[in-house]
Design a protein around this ligand. Structure first.
Ligand code: AMP
Length: 438
């Protein structure tokens, strides 16, 4: 980590320096091997980082991921993605750069929609930085052009939701050129959207000198270190609705983990493959032979695979339905498994007690509903009380860990559900691949 990025910095930046230095200490002392340093280089040191960019006084197009969840009152319910982008933003301001932030929010599919404006995100950012931040009323139109050209050194403006322009999702070269024309340098720090091949992510780097920000570096560095140089045993908890969404992860991790813990809707395809009746539980019939293959593969490789031994069933797929708890081999017709049961919570918690590292992707039940959230919440609490380094792969589990009040006990909570999933599949994220190597 080059020290020069902090030279002359005081106050807030000094605090950041200490924080980052502490992280690195943890890092180097925890994995004191050349192999680790090599991995680290392979995974993130080869990408040009913002701290290597000549940003002083320059116009910077900064791609963030401000696609944050809102509550029923229309307020931001989880600010993590914006909070995590502050480090790069503060760094750029400290260098007197003119910062032009762009992000998407939800899926307006090329049409302006007031309810998907970045107004709240820009307002929150302004309050966090205690500075005036203007939001353009369009993306690359007259309002954006005027704001960008009036921007002074050390100031920030935000462009409207990128997806108000159809060219964003279509990865239009023309749209990418328009965005690029606003700036001298491009910095991507929107890890949560790096699995997408959109214009602001893979198009703009063709037209500007490009760099990754501190958040992308942190995400890639942390997730790859836990996958490739974990404290053992390494356990992967996989949940969520479908087996088909997690096959790639299982295939990639089977040679790396010591155990898999399976929960959520994908459980029932496995149980069905083992010959159990699963009542009305969600099941991907077309993936039964694949589930059998996975069971055989883990056995062959000597990797433990734990399935729930009991389930909390619902009569219907709704939050206030009648419920009961049964052993996994006794699911009656007319009922569906919507959470793991207490015996499974105990079994999984015991397995996790000895874990050195844990990678968790996908909830263990329908955790959005309090009636079927206990399995996910209990495992989150077990992990919070263990010494395992837990990486949460974003999405529903990140929300559950927040709700369970144990977010600060986790080693890392990714800002990207889709991106971290792709990362766990061992695939290259297109938006990171689009950034030049050092
Ligand atoms: P994913 O995006 O694949 O991680 O899936 C997350 C979704 O899986 C959440 O919306 C959960 O409600 C859903 N889910 C978890 N467990 C179950 C289950 N047993 N039956 C149906 N859906 C489930």
């Amino acid at each position: 980590m080059p020290i020069n990025i902090f030279s002359g910095a005081a106050g807030e930046n000094g605090v950041n320096l200490l924080r980052r230095f502490e992280k690195n200490l943890q890092y180097y002392f925890a994995y004191d091997t050349m192999a680790f340093i090599k991995q680290k280089e392979r995974y993130f040191m080869n990408k040009r980082n913002v701290c290597d960019a000549p940003v002083e006084g320059k116009r910077i197009l900064l791609r963030c991921d401000f696609n944050v969840p809102y509550d029923e009152n229309g307020e931001i319910s989880d600010t993590r993605r914006i909070d995590e982008s502050l480090e790069t933003i503060k760094f750029l301001i400290s260098k007197n750069a003119k910062v032009i932030i762009c992000s998407h929010f939800r899926r307006p599919h090329g049409v302006f929609d007031e309810s998907m404006s970045l107004k709240k995100a820009a307002g929150y950012l302004a309050s966090k930085l205690n500075m005036n931040i203007k939001l353009a009323s369009d993306v690359v139109g007259e309002s954006a052009k005027a704001l960008v050209s009036s921007l002074k050194e050390g100031e920030i403006c935000v462009l409207e939701n990128l997806r108000f322009e159809i060219g964003e999702e279509e990865n239009s070269e023309e749209f990418a050129k328009k965005l690029a024309s606003f700036a001298d340098i491009y910095v991507n720090d929107g890890f949560g959207v790096c699995h997408r091949e959109h214009a602001s992510l893979v198009g703009v780097p063709k037209f500007l000198p490009s760099y990754c920000g501190f958040l992308i570096q942190k995400e890639v560095q942390t997730i790859s270190s836990v996958i490739n140089n974990p404290k053992r045993p390494l356990v992967s908890i996989l949940g969520g609705a479908k087996v088909s969404d997690k096959i790639g992860v299982i295939e990639h991790l089977v040679d790396k983990v010591d155990a898999f813990i399976i929960g959520g809707g994908m459980t029932y395809t496995f149980m069905n493959a083992l010959g159990y009746s699963i009542g009305d539980s969600i099941c991907e019939k077309s993936k039964l032979s694949l589930a059998k293959d996975i069971l055989a593969l883990t056995k062959e490789k000597g990797v433990k695979l734990l399935l729930p031994v009991d389930c909390k069933l619902g009569k219907e797929y709704k939050s206030d339905t009648e419920t009961m708890i049964v052993d996994s081999d006794k699911i009656p017709d007319g009922w569906q498994g919507l959470d793991i049961g207490p015996k499974s919570i105990e079994l999984f918690s015991n397995e996790l007690k000895n874990a050195g590292s844990v990678i968790w992707n996908g909830p263990l039940g329908v955790s959005e509903w309090s009636s079927f959230a206990e399995g996910t919440f209990s495992i989150a609490r077990s992990l919070a009380n263990s010494s395992a380094q837990t990486v949460i792969g974003g999405g529903d589990v990140a929300a559950a860990v927040n709700k369970a009040g144990v977010a600060d006990k986790m080693y890392h909570i990714s800002t990207g559900g889709g991106s971290s999933l792709m990362f766990l599949e061992g695939k290259e994220l297109p938006a990171i691949a689009a950034l030049p190597d050092k």
